[in-house]
Design a protein around this ligand. Structure first.
Ligand code: VG1
Ligand code: CO
Length: 543
């Protein structure tokens, strides 16, 4: 087998964003593009020699090809072993789990998550460190620096490695261990949740629909929900991972999982509904007639986690990303535990989880997780919900009402303006940043601005800092508007506007969110001039 040294040149723009490097698939397929980035990863972590890695992805178009390239490069770089999911499939949380339990030197995850897949859509590559979590900025900066200096990379020449069945093989001197992608993950879930109790729930006629959106969680959900927990066959729909996710966006929100939302709001709704994204780290939670906003879901899980065996000892603390609603803060306050506010992206939770300061973490973007892995985990959130429903005997609607009655309700919505002109979006953010100091005291759409700033973060564990993490405008009476530009898109800019208001009056709890937030939504435009800068009247996505 020949080991080749290939000459290359730095390719611009290989800077990892919120969650790894995401680009158009065709960009990744350009000569040397993937290879350069993989070589930069190896260089950024001090080389791959004698190291063991986990490798897998969400099955999107190019997943299989990219996995073969990475195996050949790892072999050429002298890696000792790569543990790879069958057919190069691994959900992000399952990869995180393997990285941890097998005590590896990290892993490479192939996914652009909730972005659509296919030759004309998106692809992504992310490196996770030995704790199982997405590489922190200090590491991604080193990777980016390496990508700017690269002159050569090495790769072995060989035919494709057969990844179709679990077992051991070798490539050059490197061992390749093909594993069942579901087995270890399902076993981990059994340690955290009361499977008997949940089995009893289904046996008693409880109905559910889980939409895997043709993405990676299909096999996981079918095995866990149908085979191990006894949910009737057909509970999991769109269960077969497809390279183009069946043509949809594998994004579990009311827009892209509309079929499921329509069903849950209809006369023939099941008791419970859930969906997850391309790589299985996000979740959407629904109950008959109810959509649970991700921020509320985090708060409910924090308040009730002790009902599941894995969390019966209580929580050490909780953490949420800054734009996530403060519903979970209210829970933490009542429980007397710490609540941390971090920048957007799961990599910022890693230190808090490692240090035992937080047990549960979450983001408004449908990500919730705990210290069982170092990624957000879609199916985990679904199982924790099921465990809570089984233990409490309540419906989702009852759980929500009880929660709001105990803690008050944080009305919350995110408005996304997708693929807007990048310059226009930057100008809008720059202009608003310049005016932050003038805002306090001003009155907008019937509200008075209390304070305004740009969020920056100092990690309480290692002291590292992150600045420029979103513009925040707090209004008197508890309302808040946050503006951020996305770090995961591949076309133009995506402007995210996060709108939150606090409600304590039970007579308003059933109000429609958009209605309850109407004056705040008007204020959001008035403060930043969204229409003026972007030319958009309405957002593309409202969560
Ligand atoms: C988005 C979300 C963020 C999430 C990230 C990765 O980032 O807002 O909360 O952690 O996606 O999730 P951004 O920069 O586009 O706002 V995933 O499931 O795409 O790995
Ligand atoms: Co994801």
């Amino acid at each position: 087998m020949e080991r080749l040294t290939i000459e290359t040149r730095p390719i611009e723009g290989q800077k990892p964003g919120t969650s790894g490097l995401r680009k158009k698939t065709r960009t990744f397929m350009e000569p040397h593009y993937l290879e350069n980035f993989v070589a930069a990863i190896f260089q950024g972590i001090g080389g791959a020699k004698d190291k063991t890695f986990v490798l897998g992805g969400d099955g999107r178009y190019f997943n299989d090809r990219a996995a073969q390239v990475i195996l050949r490069m790892a072999a050429a770089a002298g890696a000792q072993r790569v543990i790879v999911g069958r057919d190069a499939l691994l959900s992000t949380p399952a990869a995180s789990n393997l990285i941890r339990t097998r005590k590896t030197d990290g892993g490479i995850i192939l996914s652009a998550s909730h972005n659509p897949g296919g030759p004309d859509e998106d692809f992504g590559v992310k490196f996770n460190t030995p704790n199982g979590g997405p590489a922190p900025e200090e590491v991604t900066n080193r990777i980016f620096e390496a990508s700017k200096r690269i002159e050569t990379y090495t790769i072995v020449e060989t035919t494709d490695v057969d990844l179709s069945a679990p077992g051991m093989t070798t490539l050059g001197g490197m061992e390749i261990e093909v594993v069942d992608p579901v087995e270890d993950y399902a076993a981990l879930m059994e340690t955290l949740f009361d499977f008997d109790k949940i089995r009893g729930l289904f046996a008693g006629g409880f109905t559910m629909r889980y939409d895997a959106m043709h993405a990676v969680t299909g096999p996981y959900a079918a095995e866990i929900l149908e085979t191990r927990l006894g949910a009737p066959e057909g509970t999991v729909v769109n269960a077969e991972p497809k390279p183009d996710f069946g043509g949809g966006h594998p994004d579990p929100n009311p827009i892209w999982a509309k079929d499921l939302l329509d069903l849950i709001m209809s006369g023939s709704a099941p008791d419970f509904g859930a969906a997850s994204d391309g790589d299985g780290d996000r979740n959407m939670i629904l109950g008959r007639g109810v959509y649970v906003t991700p921020s509320d879901s985090l708060a409910v899980l924090a308040a009730n986690a002790h009902l599941a065996p894995g969390y019966s000892g209580g929580l050490k603390g909780v953490a949420r990303s800054m734009p996530t609603s403060r519903a979970v803060d209210r829970v933490a306050e009542k429980l007397g535990i710490d609540c941390y506010e971090t920048p957007t992206g799961w990599k910022f939770f890693g230190n808090l989880l490692d240090a035992g300061r937080a047990t549960l973490c979450g983001e408004e973007s449908a990500g919730t997780g705990s210290d069982h892995v170092r990624e957000k985990d879609g199916l985990w959130a679904v199982l924790l919900w099921l465990n809570i429903l089984a233990e409490s005997g309540q419906s989702v609607a009852e759980v929500m009402h009880a929660h709001w009655t105990a803690f008050g309700r944080n009305f919350y919505s995110r408005h996304d303006y997708e693929a807007v002109d990048a310059d226009a979006a930057t100008r809008m953010m720059d202009a608003l940043r310049d005016r932050l100091d003038e805002l306090p005291g001003q009155s907008v759409a019937g509200r008075t601005v209390e304070s305004a700033d740009e969020f920056s973060y100092r990690d309480p564990v290692d002291g590292s800092t992150a600045s420029g993490q979103g513009l925040r405008v707090n209004l008197k009476g508890g309302g808040r508007i946050v503006y951020r530009l996305s770090g995961t898109g591949t076309v133009g800019a995506t402007l995210r506007v996060y709108i939150e208001d606090e409600g304590a009056d039970p007579s308003t709890f059933d109000m429609d969110t958009q209605e309850a937030l109407a004056d705040m939504i008007a204020a959001a435009d008035e403060i930043a001039g969204i229409k003026t800068y972007t030319g958009r009247d309405v957002p593309d996505v409202r969560t």
